[in-house]
Ligand binder design. Structure first.
Ligand code: DAH
Length: 336
């Protein structure tokens, strides 16, 4: 019996040494130490046939063999695990995750895009003009005499005599009409520049969106209906639009357009905002049409100049325009 035990132990240890992986080891364990089919269990069942003198020594030897095989299995398993190349680097699951960097579109650009999308749906095309322009395009052709306060150096950033940073997008009206005959239906977004003090409602560089429609038979009704439709598509069906008489050298009559929004709160209740001015507008002055060689007896038109930053302000309930232009990512990143 002791002899058989020794042989069993030798075979088992050799097999364990040769095992390639944990599955091998498990098979070996079952073959030798398995409770029912294992070879050691088989031997132990034979203990009963031994004499009372032989039994204790054989039993002790069997227990030693069992322990030594158990240890060998454990040892080999640890050896294999240590030899295996690590798949995962050391992980510290308590570290805070790294935030994915995702860019967002600037809230003013978002407003420009959304405004443009609506007008495109209404049949407008997009036009553009230079940011450095001349007194002719910025003022004179727009029926604004150079002794008008707007043309004063106090308000406009001159680069050289007669050359300036455009103070509004209205010169794009002139450039477009010079290039194309009527009918005209354009939207012209762009940056404009003024010598304004920097405060909550003024920045020296800001975005504007110009709109211009010229055709036969265009009337003020056309103009009001289009802007009301725009406002309802942009802010929602309950939006009201108000036209206040105003003055611009390039429109007659002129108006300032205000909107009043209905804000629906989370609990379903509704709240009306104050009237907020979003643009200057009016019927194109016949003198402007004459300046580009259009027949002002035959054609009429309307135009507007909108401030998309004010639109974004109104949209997001922001109170200070400067926040949009100071490029603090903690602020700008909120408008996804
Ligand atoms: N250009 C004007 C401004 O910057 C805004 C404006 C008013 C544009 C009336 C227009 C218009 O096209 O018809 O203050």
């Amino acid at each position: 019996m002791i002899e058989e035990l020794r042989k069993l132990q030798r075979d088992a240890l050799a097999a364990i040494r040769e095992a390639r992986d944990a599955a091998d080891l498990e098979r070996i364990r079952v073959r030798y130490l398995g409770r029912r089919e294992g070879r050691l269990s088989g031997l132990l069942r034979g203990l009963g046939r031994l004499s009372a003198q032989e039994r204790p020594a054989a039993g002790a030897a069997a227990n030693r063999a069992k322990r030594s095989l158990g240890d060998a299995l454990k040892g080999r398993l640890a050896e294999l695990a240590a030899a295996e190349p690590r798949r995962e680097p050391d992980l510290d699951l308590t570290l805070p995750p790294r935030r994915k960097w995702r860019g967002t579109i600037h809230p003013v650009s978002q407003a420009v895009d959304d405004i443009w999308t609506i007008f495109r749906g209404l049949g407008f095309t997009r036009a553009r003009g230079p940011e450095v322009d001349t007194e002719w395009y910025n003022f004179v052709a727009l029926n604004t005499p150079l002794d008008h306060p707007a043309a004063d150096e106090q308000d406009t950033l001159y680069l050289a005599p007669g050359l300036l940073l455009r103070s509004h997008t209205s010169p794009v009206q002139i450039r477009t009409m010079e290039k194309y005959p009527p009918p005209i239906r354009i939207i012209a977004p762009g940056m404009v520049y003024r010598r304004d003090t920097y405060d909550a409602t003024h920045t020296p560089a800001f975005a504007q969106i110009e709109g211009l429609v010229v055709d036969e038979g265009v009337t003020f009704v056309d103009f009001k209906a289009t802007l009301a439709e725009f406002a309802r598509r942009f802010w929602g069906p309950g939006t009201q639009v108000r036209f206040r008489p105003s003055f611009f050298p390039f429109t007659e009559p002129s108006a300032e357009v205000d909107v009043k929004r209905v804000i629906v709160r989370e609990d379903g209740s509704e709240e009306e905002t104050d009237w907020i001015e979003i643009m200057g507008a009016g019927m194109v002055d016949p003198a402007v049409l004459d300046n580009v060689g259009y027949d002002s007896e035959r054609y009429t038109g309307w135009a507007f100049g909108m401030g998309p930053a004010r639109v974004a302000l109104l949209r997001h309930g922001v109170r200070d325009l400067r926040l949009f232009y100071e490029n603090d990512m903690r602020f700008l990143g909120q408008f996804t």
